[in-house]
Design a binder for this molecule. Sequence first.
Ligand code: NI
Length: 136
Amino acid sequence: MVYLTRVEHFNAAHKLYNPKWTREKNEDVFGKCANENWHGHNYELYVTVKGKVDPDTGFLMDVKKLSEIINNHVLELVDHKNLNMDVPFLEGQLCSTENLAKGIWDQIQPHIPTGVRLHCIKLYETPRIFVEYFGD
Ligand code: NI
């Protein structure tokens, strides 16, 4: 089994706010991310696929194709956007890095070619905080 990772980058605004709670509780739980007037993050996205090497190409999959999938189904939807307001696949969810990673998985997974499997979405919200999602 070979693992292949493509790294992408996007910027987006969000806030973490649970409407069931008071403002004080939101600030307690989410800290600066609860700021009512939004804030941004520079997200680093690592998309890893796995499978066998094709003897005809020496590739697991065409990495340009992987990049295209990420661009069309994720970056076009989230880059320079407000995650709470602009992104259909996050509608009705808290815009945490966890939910964003899961949403990105669901956006990419159906487009991965036969014989290759999506292995991991790793998403850095800051250089020191990241989430990994393996699809279960
Ligand atoms: Ni935040």
